[in-house]
Design a binder for this molecule. Sequence first.
Ligand code: NAD
Ligand code: IPM
Ligand code: MN
Length: 350
Amino acid sequence: MYKIAVLPGDGIGPEVINEGLKVIHKTAEKVGFDYETIFYDFGGERYLEKGGDPLPDSALTEFKEMDAIYLGAVGHPDVKPGVLEHGILLKMRFSLDLYINLRPVKLYPGVWTPIKDKGPEDIDFIVVRENTEDLYVGMGGFFKKGTPDEVAIQQSVNTRKGVERCIRFAYELAMKRKRKKLTLCDKANVLTYAHDLWRRVFNEVGNEYPDVEKDFAFVDATTMWMVKNPEWFDVIVTCNMFGDIITDLGAMIQGGMGVAASGNINPNSVSMFEPIHGSAPKYKGTNTANPIAAICAGGMMLDHLGEKKAAELIDNAVSKALASGKIKDLSAGKMGMTTSEVGDLIASLI
Ligand code: NAD
Ligand code: IPM
Ligand code: MN
C-alpha cells in the first residue's frame, strides 16, 4: 500500500492533478497495486485565509513517512512573488533534500515541435538538474537598500558533496540509457570557481564510468544546440539555475509547458513529482489547461516507486493519445478538448 501525499496547490494545479489521479487510479486497477492518497491544501488560498507558515514543518515530518509526493503547482496572483515558491516548493526541495531534479525532454510521435525537420528520433534527452544549491540557496543580502548606493548580493553555493552526488547520479542514469552519453552544461569560461569545481568533479567521477561518452557545452551554446541539433544530447547534467532555464526551452521543443514533467528526487528518501509548469493563473478554473505534464509526472512517480509496468502503461497511453490526432494543439484553450476530456481519453487508453 503506497502512501502518496497530494498537494494540488494553486491555479490550474488542482485541475491537472485531478486528471493525473484519474489515470493513476485506472492504472492501479489494471496492474493491481494499492495506494492511499492524503490531500494537503497548502497554497495561496490557504495562506491568504490563515496566514502563518505556507508549509509548516509538521507537514514535512508527515511527508517523510510517505512513499511519494504529487504536486500540482504553487503561485497565486494575490500573494507576493516568492512567498509560496520559497515557502512551499523550495522548502520541500531543500528540507527533504530532493537533490536531483529530473526533467525528460521527449518529443512524442504526432506532436508539433517548433524545430523544423526534427522529430521524435532527434528530441529524446533528459536533464539532471542539481536541485539544492547554487543561486537557489537564498544566501546574500542588501546593503544600503533603497538608497542610490544600494548593493544587492545573491550568492551561488556549490559544494563538493552536492556537485558530486548530482554528477554521479547523472553518470548512473547515462549508463542505463542506450546511448550512454553525458554532457556537462556549465559556464566554466566565466564562473571560474564554481564551474571549475563542476568540471573537476565531472572528470574525476567520469574516470569510474569509462563506457559513458563525455561532452561539455557552455550554457549559452547549450540553448543553441538544443534548437539546432537536439539529437546530440542524451543526458545533460547542470546546476540549479541553468537547469531551470534550459528546461523551459526543453519543454517548448517537446510540445510545450503542457507536456513537460519532472521528478524531484532524493534517492534515499521520499521524492516529489510535479509538472514543470506553474499555476498559470489566467487559466484557473477554465478546464482548458493541458493535464499531460501532470499525468506524465504521475507516471514518473510510479516508475520511481518500482511500478515499472504501470509507468509503461501511462507512457504508452499518453503516446497513443498524442498520436491519435484528437488533441488539436497542446496549448491551454486550444486543445479542442477540455482538461478532463484529455484525462478521460488517456485513462481510456490504459
Ligand atoms: P506558468 O508555467 O504557470 O505559465 C506560463 C504559461 O505556460 C501559461 O500562460 C500557459 O500559456 C503555459 N502553460 C503552463 N501550464 C500549462 C498547461 N498545463 N497547459 C497548457 N499551457 C500551459 O509560468 P508563470 O506564468 O511564469 O508562473 C505563474 C505562477 O506559477 C508564478 O507564481 C510562478 O512563480 C509559479 N510557478 C510555479 C511552479 C511550480 O509550482 N512548480 C513552476 C513555475 C512557476
Ligand atoms: C520550476 C520553477 C521553480 C524553480 C520556481 C517556481 C521556484 O520555475 O520548478 O522550474 O525556479 O525551480
Ligand atoms: Mn522553472
